[in-house]
Design a protein around this ligand. Sequence first.
Ligand code: G3I
Length: 395
Amino acid sequence: MKVKGFVGGVRKGAKFVGAVLVLAAVVGAAYAFWPRHYPRAYLASTAALQSDGTLAPLARAIGFHIGAAVDITELREFEATAQRDFNSMTPCDALKWGNLLVGGKLGQYDFRQGDELVNLARSKQVRIRGHTLLWGRFPGAGHPSDLKEVVNAAKQPKAKLEQLMTEHIRAVLEHFRGRIDQWDVVNEPMHLWKPLWDDNVFYRTLGPDFVAMAFRTAHAADPSLHLVLNEQFGGYDNERAEKFFEIVQEFVRKGVPIHGIGLQSHTLTSVPELAPLKAYVRRLESLGLFVEITELDARVRLFADSPDPYRAQGEYFRAVSSICLEEPACTGLTVWGISDRYTWMSKFAPFKWMQPLDPLLFDLSMRRKPAYYGVAEALRSARATRHGDANHDRR
Ligand code: G3I
């Protein structure tokens, strides 16, 4: 009888604990995902700020590139901001391997979207960052959706993948020859958060050397290009950042033609300490590489502890921009989108449930936010120390 009572008690206790855990999860999710509304105090002061200089002339004056990722749906916003606010642009999707193919599968190229974006940027004398020749994620976009199947079905998978990669890199660089002079050759070679390689079709088939092959093929196809290895970091003083640095250091030692490193700088889960970023840029420069901040954005909810989150976000953009501008090796800074209306985060869980995102320089109505003025302030401050011509990128 006692045993029965004990078991019954345990069952009741377990049910209670279970209920508490479920309740805690629901409250936690509600807290994390409940839409917030922050005061847009900047709207009151915008008129006063509008008189300040715009970003592109400030950047050009010091030989720096300030850029934005542009989606094919944002041509109007790009037309309005080219050479006023941005002297560089990155097609955020159009030039990816899968997106360049009819149906996202190996076979026929369709360069029309890429040409539309690239030709528009060139008509505005805006520099273009090509993004990206190889990416192990997003089959159908980052690479052909049937790449893995075709490679694994081949008698010699390594030779097959090498052939497909080489043909792709040569075809794309030939098509855009003379119009794009800086390319992300490989995007995100690392595991999302572990100090490991990303276990994608390229790494799994060819090992780490797929990176060297890609860069050597791109350099041989067009030696005038500035070739970049592009990666996202949650922080710069951790094992994963150290592993990436060691990988790059080894490629440089072996003479792989890597010219620059792209630090994507998506600010997604927390506002990072910035001192490690400065140190990391200097370490990369010590390898003879240039650096670009290639995909900066920062969710406004990460600044919710501030009485004015949009102003705190602006201070963060100023600080990141200043770190880049204080380092001669850092030749450009690109934000990943023009207006908050078109941020990639609104397409991807869990971020799309964490409204407002508002991670960029222009708000939903294309009004300049404190983040815009933070970048402007950093560019003005750099005038005393940086000189150069934005039309001649560093290697
Ligand atoms: O164009 C189609 C549309 O026709 C279809 O109805 C819709 C619904 O599926 O999808 C649309 O394509 C989407 C595409 O963006 C264009 O908006 C894809 O699904 C979506 O996966 C794709 O997301 C892009 C993502 O990379 C994957 O390629 C984002 O726009 C882009 O901002 C994002 O950018 C990446 C960088 O390349 C690398 N670093 C991280 C960064 C953010 O994820």
